[in-house]
Design a protein around this ligand. Sequence first.
Ligand code: SAH
Length: 346
Amino acid sequence: MEDLLSMTLPELTEAVTDMGEKKFRARQIYEWIHKKGAASFSEMTNVPKNLREKLAGAYSFSAPEIRTVQESKIDGTRKYLFRMSDGEYVESVLMRYQYGLSVCISSQVGCRMGCSFCASTLLGLTRNLTAGEMLSQVYAIQRDMGERISHVVVMGTGEPMDNYDNLVRFLHMISDENGLHISERDLTVSTCGIVPGIRKLAEEKMAINLALSLHAPNDELRKKIMPVARAYSLKEIFEALDLYYEATKRRLTFEYSLIRGVNDSDECARELSRLLGRRNALVNLIPVNPVRETGYRETARTDVLAFQKKLENYGIHVTIRREMGRDIDGACGQLRKRYEETDSHL
Ligand code: SAH
């Protein structure tokens, strides 16, 4: 059955009129789902019961179940583990900033990119998430919090450009005025550098923020820690990023996870500054989150600050990622992985 949550308003309108119903019913239903956060047909009180029943017979519509929530005692970050309708687990994270509530969503169940420091990829890719499943992570958290979510980052488990069509559908629907209406400027997509995806997103003419998971200042080192670097060189990636910048004028963000003794030398900082040149760019330094299976260690705090200083001396804008929720299975994918492994006990 087709998933009601993934349908745009024009698609829903067609479906509803095909059932012999009035057009305005589609907008009512769409608003129940995408604006008011209804989690079931029974909540749609101004929609006639027989129409609700017809829809329930033709389309699937189910909110993901919140399996666990872990809240950080350090900064209030909340990590949600959802159980999807087919039993798969998906992680999302809620962060509170001065500018509002931000949700980090997953775009796939698992990931096939194989980055050597990342827990989300250890079990490989299970499947893509639908646009509706991406939306439902945001809706479920907003409902749970009882507060508006103002920002969304597609930076959880999965490679969004590896699920391109569902990603773009999600971006359109979450910014739609008939839904949550989150401004495109408050949406961010993070990619490990899938060049065709970056180029296509540039053509969508949406003012979405783009973050590149860079993690190394040259192809040789990047290939050692990120298999995707074998498919796309930094030269190709930066050509695509420049095109993206031209199309959107959104400042580019570069994520750089500092791994002790791997990518945190002075030479790396120098190469990184040369690579970024005069671009309108922000480097986000993240001391790597140790994952048991990877053996990597994070760069010491003083060395992180020295790396930052070095980049700043070269004229680069740098932030150090607030280390959110280190006490709650902080590293990407760790919570889900623990559940996948122990599911039989639940
Ligand atoms: N696939 C996308 C988005 C998901 S990963 C991407 O690659 O950008 C979100 C970010 O967390 C990426 O920058 C990723 O490289 C980083 N990351 C993954 N595991 C990490 C870890 N153990 N420590 C620090 N950063 C990590």
